[in-house]
Design a protein around this ligand. Sequence first.
Ligand code: SF4
Ligand code: SF4
Length: 189
Amino acid sequence: MPDQATVAGAAAIRPKPDFLKELERASGESVSSCYHCRKCTNGCPLAFAMDVLPNQVMRMIQLGLENEVLRSKTVWICASCQTCTTRCPNDIDIAHVMDVLRQWNLERGVPPGEAKVVKFHEAFLKSVRRHGRVFETGMVFGYKMATKDFFGDMGIAWQMFKRGKLQFVPDSIRGRGQVRAMFDKKRKG
Ligand code: SF4
Ligand code: SF4
């Protein structure tokens, strides 16, 4: 008799019973009150690109499917636009839940569903840590080095250059030391 969790060679699904409580504690959001009306999903501008829809993310959390939800593409495709949050009749801040899932994806060493988006995210944060605000040209250079994709998006880069949107010298803020200290404090936990 095969293990019940293993079906025709598929990876075993092992729910984590306290995952819902853990997520609710970390986010302060009452995910257990989601009753799957799909208003979040119906308003999400990026649902077409997601492998798991926002209301399905809520259901997976309720079921304790930690690995499955953390390795979904959705947590990295979500643009934090908050449309879902404003539409939820149960006042669940779904965008914030996605933030927590992204953070856990990195901290818990789960392979991300969208590795390039993670590289972009890291390049963005590095740039903000260094300059106190994003320096686009430096950020793109860091992203290209991390992905080794040196020639993709060249057309867009040229258009941005022509419109004067690409600076070659960073415009750092005065309080960048304080911004850096915030990043370092967060890193030390
Ligand atoms: S809108 Fe709120 S209650 Fe409805 S499915 Fe989405 S999270 Fe659940
Ligand atoms: S915050 Fe994310 S999940 Fe919510 S509507 Fe925007 S893109 Fe979709």
